[in-house]
Ligand binder design. Sequence first.
Ligand code: PRP
Length: 211
Amino acid sequence: MENRKVRIALTKGRIENKAVDLLEKIGYDVTDLREKGRRLILSIPDEEIEVVLAKAADVITYVEHGVCDLGVVGKDTIMEHGGRFFEIADLGFGKCKFALAVKNGVNFYEGYGVKTVATKYPEVTRTFFEAKGIDVDIVKIEGSVELAPLVGLADGIVDIVETGTTLKENGLEVYEDVAPISARLIANTVSIKLKQERIQEIVRLIEENLK
Ligand code: PRP
């Protein structure tokens, strides 16, 4: 008999709320998740599902280590972090994109000097420019990356753009799209075999709902 218990890691915040909505839509009782307070481990008792809440990169860590069977995390974190897990479904929410942005009117590729790019996502940035065969200096910034070109630290930024409001209000614009982003369902490589039936059942319900 397959062990029916499944533990799912959700990325705290916006993705968490959308994921809880999705779990409700597929017919699960999400009362405990809605009334969580400060708790980090919650349950969907009828389904023998335990839900844990974590920061995006930690969702991947918990799934990689096999202490969570499934995870819900943004493609942005997957692209930056990488790791050994299966990406099994695009959940269709949390849509935004990675883009290269510059000060309004700037031609990023003009001139011969090596350009400087500020970002919270050095790996995504490196991969993007490497594929183009363009050498850039990458400066890692922890947040509010939009500031970097404004104060002269960088020629451009690679960052997440959702509505475009942050760029616009800071006199910046998208120069080039880097990659689309949305929330993904990931699975531990062993769980997917040992809990195949259970995981397939959850994925089937989710996919039916996405149609
Ligand atoms: C992201 C990104 C931008 C903003 C873009 O930040 O870094 O600052 O959202 O959204 P917009 O296009 O709708 O204005 P996030 O809120 O994820 O947090 P961060 O500032 O810690 O990066």
